[in-house]
Design a protein around this ligand. Structure first.
Ligand code: CMC
Length: 420
């Protein structure tokens, strides 16, 4: 391994250079403070690698996204959400019987204790579904005490993914039923695949087109390396908190409108532009005005600086899904107009701001009959395998350390409390 020699205040330190399998390069600064007294400062972790990982590869400049080496475009075309979840978590493609066994295990866990359903029903109907989801997932810890420890054995770790996927599906459907005042009769059917069963749990009937569209959305959301919620899961899990606590923390991080909550914020933005007469150019100007807090939701990304491959795939399927379901959504034209206008505007071009995964997903969710406040729950349903995989990789790593960043203190220096 080569290294970089850094001289600071007359002291020098050799910083090992770490090179990934895709030739990404990093400087290992873990000895920097001990050797020189310096730390590194990086607000928002814009340029900080928090781990080495074998799960997901992103090249933001080229718009590449791969799970375990497989391009997202191929996975969307040739795979299923269950297979992708297996691939992420167990690190290999399942053969036919492994996949069947995995689906059966998810089926076994697709029953949620009635107390958890009652807990969801205790929420006001206009409470946000993400709050209900995080609460219900934390509450699972009370019903699966054998999983409430960090040192799960291999068998328990193998069960953790089907357990949470099964429970998440039923909990999410129960939340949908609660907010839309439906009956709480939730009968999961093991003969159906994951998205079909979810659709049937929500609407009492399964629809092939809706389930197919959902399958694609779930695959596209399944993992995205060290994003805000995955990093939160890793951070919470690094304290050896259990899987329920760690995953619930990921749900809460995802809720924010700059992360997964953007899908809800996009549709609300498009609706309000429509209600305001549909003049999207006015909103482009507003987004550029630094004295105004408005941002174009669904635009921009920390990593993608050319295009978001997920957005490209979603946009492609948006027209198809709407046509197939016979739905026409007037905000689709506003979305396309906004995109076209922004892509030629120097403000967006210079800052490399493009539509992200959330820009068109809400239009599809709405066409599938899902209420706006449920959109981020749909994101969480897809992201669950990624979170758990990130947790497992961290907990199994041989250099597990509690995540504990440093700071540069800029507050008051020592003063005496007895002085006025
Ligand atoms: N509308 C207008 N200006 C923007 C936007 C936007 N959506 N996004 C970034 N900018 C500007 C920002 O004001 C800044 O300008 P300047 O250099 O003049 O100060 C520049 O572009 C860089 O932005 P940043 O905030 O420093 O970039 P970031 O990497 O910290 O933030 C982001 C990334 C996704 C939070 C941000 O682009 C944003 O707020 N987008 C809208 C929310 C959104 O759609 N989030 C979903 C992200 S994809 C789903 C997921 O995986 O989470």
């Amino acid at each position: 391994m080569s290294s970089y020699k850094l001289d600071l205040d007359g002291k020098s330190v050799e910083l090992p250079i770490v090179v990934g399998t895709e030739n990404e390069k990093g400087l290992d600064i873990s000895n920097l403070r001990a050797e020189t007294g310096y730390i590194t400062l990086d607000n928002g972790y814009v340029n900080t690698g928090s781990c080495e990982s074998q799960i997901t590869f992103i090249n933001g400049a080229k718009g590449i996204l791969r799970y375990r080496g497989y391009p997202i475009e191929q996975l969307v075309e040739k795979s299923s959400f269950e297979e992708v979840s297996y691939l992420l978590y167990y690190g290999k493609r399942p053969n036919k019987s492994e996949l069947e066994g995995f689906k059966a295990k998810i089926g076994e866990y697709s029953v949620v204790p009635k107390e958890i359903i009652k807990m969801i029903e205790a929420f006001p109907k206009d409470a946000h579904p993400m709050g209900m989801l995080a609460t219900a997932v934390t509450a699972l810890s009370g019903f699966y005490p054998e999983f409430v420890k960090s040192n799960l054995n291999d068998d328990e770790k193998n069960k953790a993914l089907p357990l949470l996927m099964g429970a998440f599906k039923v909990i999410s459907a129960a939340i949908y039923r609660h907010v839309s005042s439906g009956s709480m009769k939730l009968n999961s059917q093991s003969s159906l695949n994951y998205p079909e069963d979810f659709v049937s749990l929500m609407f009492d009937k399964s629809d092939e087109d809706v389930a197919k569209a959902l399958d694609i959305l779930l695959i596209l959301h399944a993992d995205h390396e060290q994003n805000c919620s995955a990093s939160t899961v890793r951070m919470v899990g690094s304290s050896k908190a259990n899987i329920f606590a760690s995953i619930a923390s990921g749900i809460n991080a995802l809720w924010g409108p700059l992360h997964g909550g953007a899908n809800q914020a996009v549709i609300e933005m498009l609706d309000s532009i429509q209600a305001d007469g549909g003049d999207y150019k006015k909103y482009i100007e507003l987004a550029k005005d630094k004295s105004h807090p408005f941002r174009l939701m669904g635009f921009g990304h920390r990593v993608y600086k050319n295009f978001d491959p997920r957005a490209k795939l979603i946009k492609g399927s948006c027209d198809k899904v709407l046509a197939k379901l016979g739905v026409s959504d007037p905000v689709l034209d506003i979305a396309k107009g906004l995109e076209a206008e922004a892509l030629k505007d120097p403000y967006f071009v210079e800052r490399k701001l493009f539509p992200n995964v959330d820009f068109y997903s809400g239009i599809i969710y709405r066409a599938l009959g899902i209420p706006t406040t449920m959109f981020t729950v749909m994101f969480a349903l897809g992201r669950l395998p990624g979170w758990l995989t990130q947790w497992k990789e961290m907990i199994e790593g041989d250099s597990l350390k509690i995540c504990r960043p440093r700071q540069i203190y800029t507050g008051e220096t020592l003063r005496d409390f007895s002085d006025q």
